[in-house]
Design a protein around this ligand. Structure first.
Ligand code: SF4
Ligand code: SF4
Ligand SMILES: [Zn+2]
Length: 117
């Protein structure tokens, strides 16, 4: 399994994210012009971390739940930074497509949606 170091992309804390139910739409998904986010089962996920623009933090402030963080910010320390910096190239067990993720998963987002995860 190859590891790709992407230096800049957000992380979402699922326990904080409410899919912007307050506004009836996921603000980050609508906001990011590079398609970094996607909504799955009412929560935003970082679907395309490799599309995030280096140095951009525009979406951080639009989240009403403060659920979006960048590795260089916040109080996470070295372990967080090192681990979250590693994107893996994974072959999807469902459809066989290659995708990038920083999560421990063998299913692409499309297959997760299909299977109702
Ligand atoms: S803006 Fe924040 S609360 Fe809304 S969907 Fe995105 S991460 Fe979740
Ligand atoms: S930092 Fe910018 S490019 Fe990256 S996800 Fe947010 S809005 Fe999109
Ligand atoms: Zn798949």
């Amino acid at each position: 399994m190859n590891k790709v170091c992407a230096t800049w992309y957000p992380t979402i804390f699922p326990e904080k994210c409410d899919g912007c139910s307050r506004f009836n739409e996921p603000r980050c998904v609508k906001f990011c012009p590079h398609g970094v986010y996607s909504l799955i089962n009412g929560k935003a996920v970082v679907a395309n971390p490799q599309n995030c623009i280096y140095g951009c933090t525009a979406c951080e402030s639009i989240c009403p739940k403060k659920a979006i963080l960048f590795p260089q910010r916040g109080s996470f320390g070295q372990t967080f930074r090192r681990d979250k910096c590693l994107l893996k190239r994974v072959k999807c067990e469902g459809c066989g497509k290659i995708f990038l993720t920083n999560e421990d998963t063998n299913l692409c987002l499309d297959c997760k949606k299909k299977l109702g995860y």
